[in-house]
Design a binder for this molecule. Structure first.
Ligand code: GLU
Length: 308
């Protein structure tokens, strides 16, 4: 059996928080306990949201917790040529079409009476233009490229959640693989990168489970194998709300500055994942005997010093 290769794929758009710490520790334990590799990739394609200094901060946070990684750090912003190749491959199969719809127009189409509550792209630009050049000429707008989604129920297997099914065409519709500003969309970049980097295990927060069907469709269309997916429950606060990056008080950098010990966070993450008590220590302290099978199905309650 090929040893697993996993990855940590933070977006440098804000400070890492406790939810990242737990997911990344789980990814580290999962890869390392199987003698596998773990890569670090910064997902920095969304230039409007990337913030200076966040890569450096993420690296400090990971090192603080005792999480290491293999090989050079990869940045999506440096990999445009690979993504363009994949786009050409999809385009050659007739799977892409230009779309000039703005977010607002899509939202308006969705709130049409019969589409009450619908979230899917209604297909406005499907079959409308022969080429991106024609779309530009006829509308004066820069088009995005959308992937055609075939109708019908699609299924992926998640190692934690089991089978996940959705009628992707109905629930999501044709989805963008490039944005109107020319940037590559997350769904395509992730698929291209995971394959190119030899990633065969993707452990990440279960907020990304719905994206998995889009990624699986792209993998099938590009002739790529699926990785094994492990979607782990998120961390929630006392009100049951998921931690968001904006919530500064759960940022690892803020906890560090407040004198919280990394060992306390590692212990919290390990115990919340069903590990046996071993006291405070860095990531390696909880590596022996790590078993993802003990992970509870419910969201984890956020770390608080009061819980000691
Ligand atoms: N970059 C994404 C995030 O920070 C994670 C993507 C992934 O793990 O596939 O939410």
């Amino acid at each position: 059996m090929t040893p697993p290769t996993g990855r940590l794929a933070p977006s440098p758009t804000g400070y890492l928080h406790l939810g990242h710490a737990r997911t990344f520790l789980l990814a580290w334990w999962q890869a390392r306990s199987a003698g596998g590799r773990l890569l670090l990739r910064f997902e920095d394609l969304d230039r409007g949201r990337v913030r200076a200094g966040m890569e450096r901060a993420a690296i400090e946070d990971l090192e603080w917790l005792g999480i290491d990684w293999d090989g050079p750090i990869v940045r999506q912003s440096e990999r445009g040529a690979l993504y363009r190749e994949a786009l050409a491959q999809l385009d050659a199969q007739g799977l892409l079409y230009p779309c000039v719809c703005s977010r607002r127009e899509i939202a308006e189409a969705q709130s049409a009476p019969q589409g009450e509550g619908a979230a899917a792209y209604p297909g406005t630009c499907r079959g409308r233009f022969q080429s991106p050049a024609e779309a530009r000429r006829k509308t004066g707008r820069e088009p995005a490229l959308r992937m055609r989604v075939p109708p019908g129920l699609r299924t992926v297997r998640d190692e934690i959640r089991g089978l996940y099914r959705e009628d992707l065409a109905r629930e999501v519709g044709d989805f963008p693989v490039t944005r109107r500003d020319g940037e590559i969309a997350y769904q395509l970049a992730v698929v291209v990168d995971d394959h190119d980097q030899g990633v065969n295990e993707v452990l990440r927060g279960d907020d990304l489970l719905p994206s998995t069907l889009r990624q699986a469709l792209l993998q099938e269309s590009l002739g790529l194998p699926h990785p094994r997916w492990f979607h782990v429950p998120l961390v929630v606060d006392e009100q049951g709300q998921r931690l968001a990056k904006r919530r500064g008080e759960t940022a690892l950098a803020a906890l560090r500055a407040a004198g919280v010990r990394p060992g306390a966070i590692v212990r919290w993450a390990a115990l919340s994942a069903g590990a046996e008590e071993r006291g405070e220590g860095l990531a390696a302290a909880y590596l022996p005997g790590f078993d993802l099978g003990r992970l509870p199905a419910e969201p984890a309650l956020t770390f608080s010093q009061a819980s000691d």
